[in-house]
Design a protein around this ligand. Structure first.
Ligand code: ADP
Ligand code: MG
Length: 353
């Protein structure tokens, strides 16, 4: 049966810098899954499955976004994907992983852990309580400059080839997949993969997967990352494997403002540098997928590595949760409106899990 993408919105608090320079709040949550944007020439209301405003805790986002159900579906054998998208600085990484910068010196306070760590804990708990022979493995990829890199492989990053097969669809060849049994082990893997990212170099994604091709990534400002986890199913059904993949998409802002190409910008950017050339096609695919099935033309997944890897989550047999992140500041108005329009459009996208 067709299942709609679940789209939730998170509005981060104004930062100290924004408050100090007197930025106005232009986004207000109205409750009931709606937000209102009011600024000089703009006055618009948008609706989502859930809206988390500045006061929402990490736990509230985990519980209210449907993340727990998604973990259960991954254990049941579905391919599940969580996307965070929005402009750079909108809170994508904070939402997925918590405040990373502090992590170097001391572990983040438990209350600040993001969707990923909470999902891992939930996954381990659930798989143990089902008492079966579930084995978990994780992979962690980054797409940077149209190169797929394995963040778990030791040594300097090397580009891995992306292949296609009838049974698996697109998959990354020779991708490392590491078994884990404890929260500490997966937290270490995550840190290992996040390191380049924490140093501010790029695009990453993270996937936790069941079986089949796994994609994982984390993102620095201008890259997309995909961490993934696999949940192999009991031996009776070896081919049935669930996956849970987290995607931290590169910032969605337009080239002229930041010098980056936008992950979700509708028109392919003209930037000669295009640090994340992988990105505009994702927005393009979403726009096309949002059209009714009968009116849909060819979806150009092959336009970028990222869209190839995400083909199943966006238009195929996956179950997808999108977390749109925005800043409430008046200075971010145009990016905020663009994120809100994308997120609204994505609500019309359906998959057949
Ligand atoms: P992005 O990954 O979208 O570029 P970040 O997650 O790095 O953005 O967030 C930008 C800044 O805002 C960081 O300093 C982060 O700690 C802070 N921040 C983001 N979301 C929140 C939140 N919900 N509560 C408190 N601080 C936040
Ligand atoms: Mg980030």
């Amino acid at each position: 049966r067709d299942t709609r993408l679940r789209v939730v919105l998170r509005v981060r608090p104004l930062t100290c810098t924004e408050t100090r320079r007197g930025d106005r709040r232009v986004v207000h949550s109205l409750g009931d899954g709606t937000v209102h944007v009011s600024a000089a020439r703009h006055d618009a209301t948008f609706g989502f499955s859930a809206v988390f405003d500045a006061g929402a805790s990490q736990e509230a986002v985990f519980e209210g976004s449907g993340m727990r159900q998604l973990v259960e579906l991954a254990i049941d054998g579905f391919s599940c994907t969580v996307f965070a998208f929005g402009q750079t600085g909108s809170g994508k990484t904070y939402t997925l992983m918590g405040p990373l910068a502090q992590r170097e010196t001391r572990p983040a306070a438990p209350g600040l852990l993001g969707l990923m760590q909470r999902s891992f804990a939930c996954l381990l708990e659930q798989s143990q309580s089902r008492g079966s022979d579930l084995a978990l493995s994780a992979s962690y990829l980054e797409i940077y400059n149209e190169q797929v890199r394995d963040l778990l492989s030791p040594g300097p990053p090397c580009a891995l080839p992306l292949r296609w097969s009838k049974t698996c669809g697109f998959y990354v060849e020779n991708q490392l997949s590491v078994d884990f049994e404890s929260l500490e082990a997966i937290a270490d893997l995550l840190l290992q993969g996040a390191e380049p990212w924490a140093q501010g170099c790029g695009h990453a994604g993270t996937c936790l997967e069941g079986a089949g091709p796994g994609v994982g990534t984390l993102s620095p400002p201008q890259s997309s990352s995909l961490p993934a986890m696999r949940v192999p199913q009991p031996s009776a059904c070896p081919s049935k494997q669930g996956t849970l993949c987290f995607v931290d998409l590169a910032g969605s802002e337009r080239v002229k403002e930041t010098g980056s190409s936008g992950e979700l910008s509708a028109r392919p950017s003209q930037s000669p540098v295009a640090p994340s050339a992988a990105c505009p096609p994702a927005g393009h695919c979403i726009s096309l997928l949002a059209k009714p099935r009968g009116k849909r033309m060819h979806i150009p997944y092959r336009d970028s590595k990222l869209t190839r890897l995400l083909a199943r989550s966006l238009g195929g047999s996956g179950i997808t949760l999108m977390v749109a992140c925005i800043s409430p500041s008046s200075r971010c108005l145009s990016e905020t409106l663009s994120t809100l329009h994308y997120a609204s459009r994505a609500r019309r996208v359906t998959t057949r899990p």
